[in-house]
Design a protein. Sequence first.
Length: 238
Amino acid sequence: MLPTIESQSQLERLIDKYGVLPFFDSPISGFSIWEHTPAELQFSDEVDGPWEWKGPICRNQQSAYGKFFSDKAGFVSLDIFRYFAAYRRSKYTLNAEETRILNTIIDHESMLTSEIRKACGYKRNYGKKKPSSFDILTKETKPAPKAQSNKSESFDKIMTRLQMGAYVVIADFEYKYKHDGTRYGWGLARFSTPELLFENLMDDIDSITPDDARLQLINHLKTRLPFASAAQIEKLIG
């Protein structure tokens, strides 16, 4: 299915080839970046791998990146992102608090996660035990609810819903550096909206009906993913 992924340029070609590419496991067995990444490129201190490449790929603006697949990260190529967004937004109607956070991001054009938290009055709270960074990145979570809810939602859940609904995407990752210029720690996600990030791409998106968007996605992915069943493609697009 996928070859061993050994460079950023190769990864970008695969995103363009398939149209969608989940970072972690997906409804299509074996169809993910992580499953085809050599062990020596996974979180290595010596060489960069997919986790470091995702920032430059975001900056290249040839694909959209965010938590698009069952609350987990992945890429969608720009040639189908308009349809992806039109369909997902029909499935994820935002409540007042989600809209408030989205408008805060729009007002600032782009914001780091920490900046959004502060601007919107959220404090970070992991409870009694703080999970590791890898646990946060790969944790299996229940799919974000698609219906509006009056219940109080956590900040992380809201940010996931905004990504699953394709209202926001990750524009870049920013790192901290030591005095000698050595990068350290996990990259901090900088969020924006596809309307602000991809010039003219989202023009007239409101004219695309959910049914047409879904059909366009399915037909597109059937040609790109001949190894996937119709049920797997349906589950992948959400």
